[in-house]
Design a protein around this ligand. Sequence first.
Ligand code: M6P
Ligand code: ZN
Length: 186
Amino acid sequence: MKPFSIKMNLENGNLEEYRKKIVRRLSDMKGFYIDQEKEKRELSKDPVIYEVYEVSTPSEAGQLSYGVTILYPGKIGEEYYMTKGHFHEKESTGEIYIGISGSGILLMETKDGDHHFIEMRRGTIAYVPPNWAHRSINTGKEMLTFLAIYPSDAGHDYGTIEKKGFRKVVIEVDGKAKIMDNPRYQ
Ligand code: M6P
Ligand code: ZN
């Protein structure tokens, strides 16, 4: 393949071109939020939670792909809007996130019990090492946008998180974001 470039608006993360757009609504992530009653009630409106604009290259070792995620502001109960979160199918692969706008938290954890978080805002360059699941949470009032760069053959393993959830959750307490133990973690 040939080298290429695509323009990104550094204010809002908009890409001039992309290969694939993914829109995730609440109905695409049923059972993810702590307050299941509120989740069910919100499902009637089925809000868009986030969008991903992907520039993917062939899924081969050595290739890199990238994409912009736009995570809407909002909450289900007291829990902020978040991405599904995933491990990589190819566990030996890492990822880089670059904050473009808004504010939030990048929550990470390993299968053997370690966890970590990084505050994301414009200019933050976060490194997700191999073997760490990653989920983004919008704790602000604006869109949280960031650019992610990852090996094209990394793959998404959603199953583990769908089954167990993350060890930690991010909820609003007295108007502030708090990271707490997930009461529904299995
Ligand atoms: C980032 C990257 C993508 C991921 C997206 C949304 O842009 O990590 O690979 O798809 O966030 O997260 P998720 O796939 O967990 O819904
Ligand atoms: Zn990833």
